[in-house]
Design a protein around this ligand. Structure first.
Ligand code: DHB
Length: 321
């Protein structure tokens, strides 16, 4: 078995740096089991709320050759389903639950239970869903984000039965101006956050069908999160900027890249920018879980051709011309 793609998030060792983004094909237990049986190095659930949610009215997803637009509106089975999924199973790979309580109170209830599970190796706290009708993206309001994280980590510290080996991170939206990176970092570094995932979908894009003169999706006047090829340059720059900021400040926070990964070369670009691992979303939706094996093989082939002994030789080493 090749060691070329081995990585670590916090103290958690991963067979490879590739796994699924919280989003497509990780909502039902069948889908989660498919990830278990694929070459994804871990299993990450759909963002979970306190209760089951139907999500936004359909059509709410549209695929395009350059990517996707979605306004799913957090359809999910409720966090207890995602806890129960792992109970009574011996999953072969690490299992992460994505949490988006919609309100702080609900998020606190969820994290208090998830943090006690020995079957859950990590939590990705989603601070950046663009598709909730009437709600903005939390991580674009740094005071609100700070209060939210303070409450989450306060309550976690008080838990007696907490699984302390769980790693905790946050999913961030894309930032489009350089002043954000140090400001967001000032907030993040106050808390024991072990990773950030950059980026969530680019919020409130619009895809149009000229023929019918309509939007492609129904909710929010057709606005939705953009994923796929359209957003790779944005994902790369967010990873790079946070990676450089964390290095400058000597912060041990892993950066997980996400956005527009369709092949092994895309994933390697993320590693070069500083990602410790890389998630796949839109391409997983379009291709199915075989994507992980294909992308893994493409990465290995490129590394072998270049004589590079592992992704850690490449990580963060992007040069400016
Ligand atoms: C949804 C979309 C997101 O980008 C996200 O972070 C969480 C949920 C959704 O619409 O379901």
């Amino acid at each position: 078995m090749t060691q070329l793609l081995k990585t670590q998030i916090g103290n958690l060792q991963l067979r490879t740096c590739l796994y699924n983004a919280s989003g497509p094909k990780c909502t039902s237990s069948e889908e989660l089991l498919e990830l278990e049986n694929s070459k994804s190095s871990c299993i990450l659930s759909k963002s979970s709320t306190l209760e089951y949610r139907q999500g936004n009215p359909e059509p709410r997803y549209w695929d395009h050759e350059f990517g996707s637009i979605n306004s799913m509106g957090l359809p999910n089975k409720g966090y207890q389903y995602y806890l129960q999924f792992a109970e009574g199973k011996d999953l072969e790979k690490p299992y992460f639950i994505s949490v988006n309580g919609l309100t702080l109170a609900d998020t606190l209830k969820i994290v208090v239970e998830v943090c006690q599970s020995e079957k859950v190796q990590g939590m990705e706290i989603n601070l950046s869903c663009p598709n909730i009708i009437g709600k903005g993206q939390l991580a674009y309001d740094l005071d609100e984000m700070d209060k939210y994280l303070e409450a989450v980590f306060d309550i976690l510290e008080k838990q007696k039965n907490r699984n302390l080996s769980q790693i905790i991170g946050v999913k961030l939206p894309p930032y489009f101006d350089l002043h954000w990176y140090p400001q967001v970092t000032e907030v993040l570094k106050k808390y024991p956050i072990q990773f950030i995932t950059c980026v969530n979908s680019v919020g409130n894009g619009l895809l149009v069908d000229l023929e019918s003169q309509t939007t492609r999706i129904r909710p929010k006047d057709g606005m939705g999160g953009i994923g796929g090829k359209y957003i790779k340059p944005i994902g790369l720059s967010n990873v790079r900027n946070f990676y450089l900021e964390f290095q400058k400040q000597n912060l041990k926070i892993d950066v997980i890249g996400c956005g527009g990964v369709t092949n092994g070369l895309d994933a390697l670009e993320y590693i070069l920018c500083g990602a410790s691992a890389v998630q796949i979303g839109t391409q997983l939706y379009q291709e199915g879980s075989e994507v992980f094996e294909r992308v893994e093989n493409e990465m290995i082939q490129w590394l072998n051709e270049k004589g590079i002994k592992g992704i850690m030789e490449l990580k963060g080493k992007l040069k400016t011309i």
